[in-house]
Design a protein around this ligand. Structure first.
Ligand code: UDP
Ligand code: MG
Length: 160
């Protein structure tokens, strides 16, 4: 146990990041993962997964009444997704910035959606919108034993 390598726990958040089926089909998995890795976050869960309809509906339950909901569920279940849990200081808001605006045409260049996508209905990646939803979504998508806790040896080079 190396206490100086472990961030003080109160400031560490977790977020659920998912590469959607279009990101997998377009060969963008490595590109997208590398953006979170290079930023300095810690990967604690990773799997390729064919999402059942019920899980997609639960994940997006807040959008159930939206007109695009059926097409969204069809999209998310249309092929495998890459499920990830990432940990770090401020990771929830920072990941949303790296991802960019929901509509890729409005997403800034330099963001994942701004660089790699053109349409809201094919916006390649998901990121939790709050620390509470980060926890909820990681619980929803990962089973016990699928997450790894490990010491990030880069930690002292990322934070003073
Ligand atoms: N979406 C869509 N049409 C819309 C709004 C959203 O197809 O008009 C899809 C899109 O894939 C988006 C997802 O529904 O990423 C979830 O919507 P939300 O508003 O939560 O956007 P996000 O948090 O992903 O930026
Ligand atoms: Mg959202």
């Amino acid at each position: 146990f190396l206490p100086h390598l472990v961030a003080s726990m109160e400031e560490v958040e977790e977020t659920y990041i998912m590469i959607k089926p279009d990101g997998v089909q377009r060969g963008l998995v490595g590109e997208i993962i590398s953006r979170f890795e290079r930023k300095g976050f810690k990967l604690t869960g990773l799997k390729l997964f064919q999402c059942p309809k019920e899980l997609a509906e639960e994940h997006y339950k807040d959008l159930k009444t939206k007109p695009f909901f059926p097409k969204l569920i069809e999209y998310i279940t249309s092929g495998p997704v890459v499920c990830m849990a990432w940990e770090g200081v401020g990771v929830v808001a920072s990941a949303r910035k790296l991802i960019g605006a929901t509509n890729p045409l409005q997403a800034e260049p330099g963001t994942i959606r701004g660089d790699l996508a053109v349409q809201t209905g094919r916006n390649v990646v998901h990121g939790s919108d709050s620390p509470e939803n980060g926890k909820r979504e990681i619980d929803l998508w990962f089973k016990e034993g699928e997450l790894c806790q490990w010491v990030h040896v880069q930690a002292p080079w990322l934070r003073e």
